[in-house]
Design a protein around this ligand. Structure first.
Ligand code: CAA
Length: 273
């Protein structure tokens, strides 16, 4: 009963630019809603995103988050360029750091976060998608980091995440040319996990999540954490993090259930403990 109340409050939270809906499967559908500016990230949206992620991951019933943009045209067309006019360098640096922190909050979510990309994912919009754990894109999506065309560079972690998700060579090309790329090209370079027809986008996202959500939730959260922390360090330290986490999982009920269910030739019933 307590948990039901908690989810209900997530849905009714009064965000100005975000819409949140938690479905029966425990998937929180979080949509950025600024259609007139192609869902561009102004300072308020960035703060709301931080609040929403902190809030959503605090609910036990929220098992996954799908982040998307309102409407068919854009996931997010970038940071809000109108805020850049006359911005002094120290404020721009602070904006970059705030954006980076919010992206890091999203990436550190213990429940899987999927970016569902239906249209433009540009600049800060692509950086937001890259902070998510998985990306499902429509064939109509256009992705890119056009900041050099504005005399800028990506400032919400894009220079770092594109190098790691695709390759340094791809990051250099995408960032230096500032061109927009198709979803197929993004898939080819390893940036998106699935590309599907626009009408299949939601189903494909749910299907991908379903195959995650039937697994042990503690194991999934641990895997996300180990991968994220491992990307920050060298191989040996990363393997130490892995071994520690592997050991800790042997203290969970889910691990006992997983092994037992296998030996009893039945499906595991994970409790997330
Ligand atoms: N910031 C503010 N407003 C934006 C915006 C943005 N990033 N992207 C689009 N808009 C606004 C437009 O100004 C326009 O508003 P008006 O109707 O009031 O004129 C409205 O959204 C619709 O956009 P367009 O008329 O331009 O639509 P289009 O179909 O002709 O073009 C587009 C679509 C190619 C995505 C084009 O809007 C565009 O190039 N947008 C900017 C993309 C961009 O450069 N993003 C990077 C931003 S910088 C950044 O993100 C820095 C960082 O790393 C943190």
């Amino acid at each position: 009963m307590e948990q039901e109340e908690a989810v209900a409050s997530a849905e009714s939270e009064d965000y100005r630019f975000l819409q949140v809906e938690v479905d029966e499967a425990g998937i929180a559908w979080l949509s950025i809603h600024r259609p007139k500016a192609l869902n561009a990230l102004n300072s308020e949206v960035i703060e709301e995103l931080r609040d929403a992620f902190v809030e959503l991951v605090s609910y036990e019933d929220v098992r996954a988050i799908v982040l998307t943009g309102s409407g068919d045209k854009a996931f997010v067309a970038g940071a809000d360029i109108s805020e850049f006019v006359g911005m002094p360098p120290h404020e721009a640096r602070a904006l970059s750091q705030t954006g980076q922190e919010v992206m890091a909050t999203i990436e550190a979510s213990p429940v899987p976060v999927v970016a569902m990309i239906q249209g433009f994912a540009l600049g800060g919009g692509l950086e937001l998608a890259m902070a998510c754990h998985l990306r499902v894109a429509s064939t109509a999506a256009k992705l890119g980091l056009p900041e050099v065309g504005l005399g800028l560079i990506p400032g919400f972690g894009g220079t770092q995440r594109l190098s790691r998700l695709a390759s340094p060579g791809v990051a250099r090309e995408w960032i230096m040319t500032g061109e927009m790329y198709s979803a197929e090209e993004a898939y080819r370079v390893g940036l998106v996990n699935r590309v599907v027809a626009p009408e299949e986008l939601r189903d494909a996202t749910v299907q991908l999540l379903k195959s995650v959500l039937k697994r042990g939730p503690v194991a999934v959260a641990t895997a996300l954490d180990v991968i994220r922390r491992g990307l920050e360090v060298g191989q040996t330290e990363g393997e130490n993090i892995e071994a520690d986490a592997f050991g800790i999982l042997f203290a969970t009920e889910d691990q006992t259930e997983g092994a037992k269910a296998f030996l009893e030739k039945r499906k595991p019933e994970f409790q997330g403990r």
